[in-house]
Ligand binder design. Structure first.
Ligand code: ADP
Ligand code: MG
Length: 427
């Protein structure tokens, strides 16, 4: 019997399928997380520590190792813990992205600089901390512009602006979103997701040239010099500008083969330029007249709570969390996707108003829609909803996953579920 290998997983997850994957690979799991999952069969050792605080995690890991514990690989599925995993894997001499590569991906100002330098298409990007700097940048770049936090997620704060008044409103909104613990409207209050995605020392306001064009996302796994795409997701519906709350994803891409190749090539070029070496990635791009332009490079698998990986698995047979774990274990990145992928996709279901959720209606109808194969709750009775875009981007109460014989089947299943399933509010 070969010796059991131990995986140090930094941050837990709400996705039970993903949490099962390390044990399915025969790994022992040491979980560094403030809150472990309710099901304690999913891990073997719990290090009770704030997973986003690198010094605390490093201290906990050092003492675990000093007590004779071993670690063969380090993984995280959580954006807010990428820098922590990078520090730990560097210190232990294990495969993983370096802290510099994580910074280059998480700090979108650095991303813009590095990609421009490397000749990978990306919007012109400036960072400011005062409104007079913002005015100067606007004068230089010209409207329309996109303002966003230097490092956040879930489209928090991301706003298209067309004039000086909108510039001021968006600037003030973003400067003000790092601090609050929560966002409140009347008697309703929700936690500020800036803390979930916090990245130290990157709290400016980013100003970018607005990129028009259809948007795509690519999920990849890489290691040992190999960068392999699992899927391109099309985003079939336009964003409700001036905000950019995510909607449905559908895969495989309906783009012509040549465009798909350019999208993958651009994503790989971006990852290489940013120094990504071992891990997963979710790259967002817009297809422009000049070619695919990088919007964002996330150095982790796409939406591990949002059905991104399940959609890929239905479509291609590849389970991203498994391939990512194999990469950080130092195994070859050698998966192959099904030659004729099955159409699949998912959509978040968004609450329509501020209030307290009492329950949901239409669950059975939604589940009975032909093609619907998964439903995941993102809210429960008693939870508050605060619709306050863009500083609070979170309004998703559930996700639905679909597959079908065609793209149309998938989208109509998602639309059917969306029509049927609604939150009920307490008043
Ligand atoms: N420069 C830009 N031009 C056009 N749209 C943009 C630009 N930057 C962001 N967006 C839109 O906003 C969305 C969220 O921005 P992104 O940088 O990906 O933030 P997050 O990290 O919160 O996902 C993108 O998916 C895209 O639709
Ligand atoms: Mg994004």
């Amino acid at each position: 019997m070969p010796e059991t290998r131990t995986l140090l997983m930094i941050a837990s997850s709400l996705n039970p399928d993903l949490l099962k994957t390390p044990h399915e690979l025969g790994l022992e799991v040491v979980l560094a997380a403030a809150v472990p999952p309710a099901d304690d069969s999913l891990y073997d050792v719990h290090l009770a520590v704030d997973e986003m605080d690198e010094e605390s995690v490093l201290a906990a890991v050092r003492s675990y190792v000093a007590d004779g514990g071993k670690v063969d690989a380090v993984a995280t599925f959580h954006e807010g813990a990428l820098h922590v995993a990078a520090r730990v894997s560097a210190e232990l001499g294990l495969p993983g992205n370096s802290p510099e590569a994580v910074r280059a991906m998480r700090d979108k100002y650095v991303t813009g600089q590095v990609l421009a330098e490397a000749g990978v298409l990306t919007p012109q990007t400036k960072v400011v901390t005062t409104f007079s700097q913002a005015e100067a940048v606007a004068a230089e770049l010209g409207f329309p512009l996109v303002l966003k936090p230097q490092a956040s997620g879930a489209s928090q704060g991301v706003t298209k602006v067309e004039n000086a008044a909108e510039l001021k409103a968006a600037f003030e909104n973003i400067i003000g979103l790092y601090e609050p613990e929560s966002f409140t409207e009347g008697e309703y209050s929700v936690p500020n997701v800036a803390h979930i995605y916090a990245y130290p020392q990157a709290q400016g306001v980013l100003i970018q040239e607005y990129v028009s064009g259809d948007e795509f996302a690519v999920d990849l796994v890489y290691g040992g010099g190999e960068f392999r795409p699992m899927a391109i997701h099309d985003k079939p519906y336009p964003f409700a500008e001036p905000h950019f709350i995510e909607g449905a994803y559908a895969t495989p891409s309906a783009l012509p083969e040549a465009d798909q190749m350019r999208i993958v090539e651009t994503s790989v070029a971006a990852l290489k330029a940013l120094g990504a070496s071992v891990g997963g990635a979710h790259v967002e791009l817009r297809l422009t007249d000049e070619g695919p332009k990088i919007i964002e490079v996330n150095g982790r698998l796409g939406g591990t709570t949002a059905f991104v990986q399940e959609s890929i698995r239905e479509s291609t047979g590849v389970w991203g969390p498994r391939e990512y774990l194999r990469a950080v274990l130092g195994e070859p990145v050698d998966f192959t996707v099904k030659p004729q992928p099955t159409p699949a996709g998912f959509t978040p279901l968004l609450a329509d108003r501020t209030g307290e959720i009492a329950g949901f209606e239409g669950i059975a109808e939604a589940e009975a829609v032909p093609g619907i194969i998964g439903l995941r709750w993102m809210a429960k009775p008693g939870d508050h909803v605060v619709i306050k875009y863009p500083e609070n981007p979170v309004s998703c109460f559930a996700l639905v996953l679909a597959k079908g014989e065609s793209r149309e089947d998938v989208l109509s299943a998602l639309e059917g579920a969306e029509k049927a399933l609604k939150p009920v509010y307490t008043n």
